[in-house]
Ligand binder design. Structure first.
Ligand SMILES: Cc1cc2nc3c(=O)[nH]c(=O)nc-3n(C[C@H](O)[C@H](O)[C@H](O)COP(=O)(O)O)c2cc1C
Length: 314
């Protein structure tokens, strides 16, 4: 029997549902799972008002996370494996998981431990995962596997359905567009990762230093989005510094610059993003070899191959 720590935070229950699917086979196989649900001292709103949604941008990008309530993990707890689940806020890991990773307690819990990351978001997790890799390494953890769940709808459709979900709480099908978020089928499919991890733990797979979730289509990457993310994150870093120079989160002094940023964000979403997708599509024959290399690199460590699907999919 192995001890597994699973860290979770979810506003709508989407990430919690995916996490539950991964945990069930681990518990069924007799492993002891401690599920730690992060609770911010001041809760983040759901659904978000437009002002709150825009106001959390600068702190999200600068990884300036407000404090969490004390964790429920027993002081003497030692874990064989740590699973960190998170969602993406503005191309960065959401503030609750950042608060956890920045804490002295996390550094103690992660030191020398194998870590699996699991993300559920709209579709842009590459930059956030690079940040997670850095924070995990700084805490002394060893990243073994990464699993990504995204909204399968077309990127342009999710630019409407995700903000609608976040700002109104409604995720149903709308204007002929598919429902927002990770599909039920994909959520159920998360079970295969729990089965594979249970199997790996039974054979001390967490001690080998190698990934445990290869061949399970863990982290498929669209390399075209990688380029947009890189450009977006660069601009986000500049904007976040400007906004913070106007005042702190929640202060009225910030409102004028938040209004300017909102106009910029909407203009970006409806002009630059579709244009850059179109440009990349037109250039795709030229970019093909570069994109293939980029994809293989970004899909590491777990990859997107499918050779183990039959073994673990039920
Ligand atoms: C403030 C905020 C910013 C977000 N930014 C992104 C983003 O940059 N990329 C992305 O793929 N999803 C983004 N999302 C969507 C979330 O990653 C997530 O899918 C959604 O909030 C539901 O997660 P939960 O209910 O499990 O908390 C954002 C959501 C919020 C609330």
């Amino acid at each position: 029997m192995k001890n597994v720590l699973v860290v979770n935070y979810s506003q709508t229950g989407q990430l919690a549902d995916v996490t539950a699917q991964v945990i069930a086979p681990l518990a069924a196989a007799g492993h002891k799972v401690h599920l730690e649900t992060l609770v911010p001292e001041t809760p983040f709103p759901w659904p978000w008002s437009l002002v709150d949604f825009v106001d959390v941008f600068a702190e999200s990008v600068q990884l300036d996370a407000p404090p969490l309530k004390p964790l429920s993990i027993p002081a003497d707890a030692e874990f064989d494996l740590v699973i960190l689940t998170y969602q993406v806020w503005y191309l960065s890991p959401a503030l609750p998981i950042v608060a956890f990773l920045n804490s002295a307690r996390a550094k103690h819990l992660l030191k020398g431990k194998p870590v699996v990351t699991l993300v559920a978001c709209r579709n842009m997790w590459l930059t956030a995962q690079q940040t997670m890799q850095r924070l995990i390494a700084e805490a002394g953890g060893e990243l073994r596997d990464h699993i990504a769940f995204t909204d399968n709808a077309h990127a342009l459709a999710t630019l409407i359905t995700t903000p609608r979900w976040v700002l109104t709480g409604k995720r149903d099908s709308f204007l002929g567009l598919p429902p927002a978020g990770v599909s039920r089928e994909d959520v159920r499919g998360a079970r295969r990762f729990g089965c594979a991890l249970a199997d790996a733990l039974d054979h001390d797979g967490e001690k080998t230093g190698k990934p445990m979730l290869t061949g399970l289509r863990a982290a498929p990457v669209n390399p075209r989005l990688a380029m947009s993310e890189k450009a977006g994150h660069r601009a986000f870093r500049v904007w976040s510094k400007i906004i913070r120079s106007f005042g702190k989160r929640g202060q009225w002094r910030r409102r004028p610059i938040l209004a300017v940023f909102t106009i910029y964000l909407i203009a970006m979403v409806f002009t630059v993003v579709p244009l850059s997708l179109l440009l990349q599509w037109l250039l795709s024959p030229l970019l093909k070899p570069r994109l293939a290399r980029l994809r293989a690199e970004l899909e590491l460590p777990s990859g997107a191959q499918e050779f183990n699907l039959n073994k673990y999919e039920q």
